[in-house]
Design a protein around this ligand. Structure first.
Ligand SMILES: *[C@@H]1O[C@H](CO)[C@@H](O)[C@H](O)[C@H]1NC(C)=O
Ligand SMILES: *[C@@H]1O[C@H](CO)[C@@H](O)[C@H](O)[C@H]1NC(C)=O
Ligand SMILES: *[C@@H]1O[C@H](CO)[C@@H](O)[C@H](O)[C@H]1NC(C)=O
Length: 251
């Protein structure tokens, strides 16, 4: 859209102005017709902006912020290199224009792609009656198309196992609030499918241990203090009565 606009503007200028600059950005990897450059995370993008007047100084902006350029990288042709490409470069727009006249500008936007970081195995031990939480990171671009949870080789039975699955753009979580050994022990796997990168799996061997009786120290102490204070109060009030009674008998 932007490129089309630029082209028509250029046509307009061709009709009306005496001198018009031929102005373009050459990108590696190349931009598509919408000015989007698809690039893998941690690789390199090089952008080169050129104008057909070797004396014209060029300016580069990244999301509207001026990019610092070396003196010899300004006139007639100017290049910027993004290396390595990071997550933060996703959606970043690079614009090049002639310093004295920003009417002549072109821009490209990066589409940084990356697979989900999902692999390996994580052993999980959970006590009976405690909460089981298994978490898989599924953050990816393009976003994963599906996430599947498997227990002992078959799809997790949400109803029978009392499981809850929560999935957002960053993670998928499988939860069972009250672990029962017979239901929950086993090997779990989450598998995320990416249209670009294929399937990614992480495995969780889950062991269920006996419930340990936790000694409730703080409530115990509080209880002892309460009992002691009650006894003390009882004794004091009784002592007062005794004193009073004694006093009465004396007069
Ligand atoms: C930029 O160039 C255009 C087209 O040649 C012209 O109409 C406009 O006045 C120029 N602007 C400046 C600030 O020189
Ligand atoms: C970025 O590239 C991916 C992979 O080709 C594509 O699925 C996605 O739609 C692109 N994103 C945008 C914003 O165009
Ligand atoms: C899953 O497999 C393990 C190991 O073979 C077994 O002990 C467990 O009972 C199985 N869990 C379920 C829910 O079938």
């Amino acid at each position: 859209m932007k490129l089309i606009l630029r082209t028509s503007l250029l046509h307009l200028l061709l009709c009306c102005a005496t001198h018009v600059f031929s102005f373009n950005i050459v990108a590696d990897p190349a931009a598509n017709s919408e000015g989007l450059i698809e690039v893998e995370l941690e690789t390199t993008v090089s952008l080169s902006c050129g104008v057909d007047d070797a004396e014209k100084e060029l300016v580069w902006l990244r999301n509207g912020v001026t990019v610092t350029l070396k003196e010899e990288n300004k006139k007639g042709r100017s290049s910027v290199c993004v290396s390595p490409v990071i997550h933060d470069d996703n959606d970043a727009t690079f614009t090049c224009h002639i310093k004295e006249n920003s009417t002549f500008e072109a821009s490209v936007t990066l589409n940084v792609t990356y697979p989900p970081e999902l692999s390996g195995s994580e052993e999980v031990t959970v006590e009976e009656e405690a909460e089981l939480v298994l978490r898989c990171d599924i953050w990816a671009n393009p976003p994963v198309s599906s996430v599947v949870w498997v227990q002992n080789g078959s799809l997790v039975d949400l109803l029978a196992g009392g499981f809850i699955v929560n999935t957002d753009g960053h993670a998928s979580e499988l939860r069972a609030t009250k672990v029962e050994r017979s239901l929950h022990v086993g090997t779990y796997q989450c598998t995320a499918h990416s249209s670009k990168y294929g399937a990614f799996t992480k495995t969780f061997p889950v062991t269920v241990t006996d419930k340990t009786i936790k000694f409730p120290l703080m409530p115990m102490i509080a209880g002892i203090v309460v009992v002691f204070l009650t006894a003390l109060l009882a004794f004091v009030s009784r002592w007062r009565t005794i004193v009073k009674v004694t006093h009465k008998t004396c007069t």
